[in-house]
Design a protein around this ligand. Structure first.
Ligand code: SF4
Ligand code: SF4
Length: 408
């Protein structure tokens, strides 16, 4: 990050950047590997749907969203004296035709478990951050900023990137709740730099400015399309622009540290980490071009992993394959849990030996999902026999419940 939060405003804020000077800055940041560079002025908090979303509990157990609420609503609390927010986008579309979307409970023949596209890279936080540090140095060199005059974040900061990116004209908020770029579709990592520098803002895509009292509504350029809402396998988008994390596969396979609700497991289908369905179906992706990958590093080996290999993942193999990726944060137990759900949905009975073994794993969460998968694949009568040993040894109430609860 840039400097500390409580710094008195200094000189550079007074000097505005516009015209050729602003374009020089934009060009320098594009040269660093950012595919989109847009500016918006911070004029103080306005309305946003964040409060309502939090109050409805749609953040599930992501308590950090609640904890950082006030800062998310007001970047001035993150960097006092902030004047400009620089929105940066990094394209991660690999090129080629869009992956087909499978309906819930089905698999693409011959394909392995499916991963969110963004995850098939070295952790983007690590690869984009050096670009942000270099961008900070550009602000110092061109604008006379001091390190304490800016702060930068990639994804994890208390910043509402998508709403700010829409204000900066980087794209619009889709009905899927994502920021959609007219040039890159749904495939952008977003990063932000808050700065005390005054930079002339870019125009939003919206031609008619919204009244100050109105929050940016989703779907500006969606027209009558509702593909993302209807394609979501777990009905997690109750209304345009609102994703209910409690039903979302991305949340459950990445953020949820515990048991995945049984009624959602079938909808997970073959998605072992994250979910791109509401992104994949969006017609705006047709404009996406292959990424330059200046700030990214693909990890193609992950996509080659078969389900059987995942179910047999040792701690050593997990460390070897997922070192330096965002996936490592779900830890081996989280990935095994997800793999059990995918195996249960696969219809592939050849996976039963691995699942029966996992029904005796040391982590209760893994045992619970393995039991579910065995019952789903083998059928009740055979499952009773296959799970007899693990059931006799089981004492954890949440796992015991999986032996008898309805499968969905
Ligand atoms: Fe639905 Fe998947 Fe989009 Fe979540 S990420 S809202 S589960 S389609
Ligand atoms: Fe909008 Fe359709 Fe894209 Fe959903 S799929 S975000 S409705 S254009």
């Amino acid at each position: 990050m840039g400097g500390p939060e409580s710094v008195v405003m200094s000189g550079p804020a007074a000097a505005g950047w516009a015209g050729a000077r602003r374009e020089e800055l934009r060009g320098r940041l594009v040269a660093l590997g950012f595919d989109e560079v847009r500016f918006t002025t911070w004029a103080g908090p306005g309305p946003t749907g964040l409060r309502d979303w939090l109050e409805a509990g749609m953040q599930a157990d992501m308590a950090w969203m609640e904890r950082t609420r006030e800062k998310r609503l007001d970047p001035g609390l993150v960097l006092p004296g902030v004047r400009t927010i620089i929105l940066l986008g990094v394209n991660y579309w690999p090129g080629g035709p869009a992956q087909k979307t499978t309906p819930p409970d089905s698999f693409l023949p011959g394909s392995g478990p499916r991963w969110a596209r963004y995850a098939l890279h070295r952790d983007y936080h690590d690869t984009i951050k050096p670009g942000l540090a270099a961008a900070g140095r550009v602000l110092e060199e061109l604008g006379g900023a001091m390190p304490e005059d800016y702060r930068y974040y990639v994804d994890t900061g208390p910043v509402q990137e998508r709403g700010l990116a829409a204000r900066a004209g980087l794209g619009f908020l889709g009905k899927n709740g994502m920021l959609i770029s007219r040039r890159h579709g749904n495939w952008l990592f977003l990063a932000t730099i808050l700065t005390r520098l005054e930079i002339e803002p870019d125009q939003p895509l919206r031609k008619k400015p919204l009244p100050r009292a109105a929050a940016e509504p989703a779907g500006l350029l969606c027209g009558k399309c509702t593909r993302c809402l209807t394609a979501c396998p777990t009905a997690a988008i109750p209304r345009p622009g609102v994703v209910d994390a409690r039903r979302c596969i991305s949340y459950h396979t990445i953020e949820n540290k515990g048991v995945i609700p049984r009624e959602l497991r079938a909808g997970i289908g073959d998605r072992v980490y994250g979910c791109d369905v509401c992104l994949e179906v969006c017609p705006w992706n047709r404009f996406a071009r292959a990424a330059r990958s200046v700030l990214l590093e693909a990890t193609p080996a992950i996509a080659q992993l078969g389900l059987c290999e995942l179910l047999e993942l040792t701690p050593e193999r997990f460390a070897e394959i997922f070192r330096g990726t965002a996936i490592k944060r779900v830890k081996r137990a989280g990935l095994l849990r997800n793999a059990c759900v995918v195996a249960g949905n696969s219809g592939d009975r050849s996976l039963l030996p691995q699942l029966v073994k996992l029904a005796e794993a040391s982590v209760p969460m893994v045992r619970a999902h393995a039991v579910w998968a065995v019952r789903k694949l083998a059928g009740e009568a055979r499952a009773i026999a296959l799970l007899q040993k693990s059931r006799e040894a089981e004492s954890e109430p949440a796992v015991l419940e999986e032996y008898t609860a309805p499968l969905a």
